[in-house]
Design a protein around this ligand. Structure first.
Ligand SMILES: Cc1cc2nc3c(=O)[nH]c(=O)nc-3n(C[C@H](O)[C@H](O)[C@H](O)COP(=O)(O)O)c2cc1C
Length: 245
């Protein structure tokens, strides 16, 4: 295995595997819903979260002018609904109604919240700005709730016990995943001096082992290429006759 170049515009794909959310909005009593893969918390106090939405989406203007949005964390149960809501636009008809996905009234905002989800946030629009080719909407969380089968309220993290009660991770295309259990980092407080002395031996050994393996593979690959070049001139990347200068 070698490190292979990615197009700069594909670098973002390396951030795949994060939770997908379904953003709900409402405009003049008509609700809408779209999946959003690009979301993140941006402040604890005040509690602010960001979602990144392209201006071509119907939801874009519904959020901008409605000045609020709901964030619904879908479970695996509604994978197909999640995908479909991202394949059609609300401009083509009332897609949330068409999806038949049940929804319920929010506590504070007008946009509804969705069944089949395991966590919900209600947000008022705090700010929005265009960065590159998308709009970042910053929402102030005014209410939040989670399913007790899915969320550990003491630890403040997902329980991850039952596949039906895990957040849905989005990898790209039509591909999703679920978080596979947990493990803790076994690291104690250390000064930089201590760290420089001791390091984390096992992890460094593993990295070194992997680097050596890659070097070996790369050398083998080069040898193989050279051998092929000698025996089969057609496969050589060099021109057989050098051009006259
Ligand atoms: C899983 C998934 C994640 C998506 N993430 C985003 C996103 O982060 N931002 C965005 O603008 N569009 C995203 N899309 C595309 C929109 O959801 C899609 O264009 C949708 O139809 C917009 O609906 P609307 O026009 O009714 O608002 C995603 C689509 C899928 C299937």
């Amino acid at each position: 295995m070698v490190r292979k170049k990615l197009e700069e515009t594909d670098g973002r794909r390396l951030l795949g595997g994060a939770p997908v959310v379904i953003v709900t909005s409402a405009w003049r009593t008509v609700p809408n819903a779209m999946p959003v893969a690009w979301s993140m918390p941006v402040s604890v106090n005040p509690p602010l979260v960001a979602i990144v939405v392209h201006s071509s989406r119907q939801s874009h203007d519904m959020i901008k002018f409605g000045e609020e949005f709901g964030i619904n964390i879908p479970s695996r149960v509604i994978t197909n609904h999640t995908q479909w809501l991202g394949m059609v636009s609300g401009t083509s008809g009332e897609k949330l109604e068409a999806s038949q996905l049940p929804y319920f009234k929010s506590k504070i905002i007008d946009a509804p919240l969705l069944e089949g989800c395991i966590g919900w946030m209600e947000c008022t629009l705090h700010d929005h700005f265009t960065i590159g080719d998308h709009t970042t909407f910053i929402g102030r969380v005014v209410a939040a709730q989670a399913d007790t089968d899915a969320f550990d309220f003491e630890k403040g993290m997902w329980l991850l016990q039952d596949a039906e009660y895990k957040p849905l991770m989005y990898l790209g295309g039509r591909t999703y995943s679920l978080l596979d259990g947990t493990f803790d980092a076994e690291v104690e407080q250390r000064s930089t001096e201590q760290m420089a002395d001791e390091g984390f031996g096992k992890e460094l050994e593993e990295i070194e082992f992997e680097r050596a393996r890659k070097r070996e593979e790369e050398e083998e690959r080069r040898d193989e290429e050279e051998r092929k070049g000698e025996s089969d001139p057609d496969s050589s990347s060099l021109p057989r006759q050098l051009p006259e200068v």
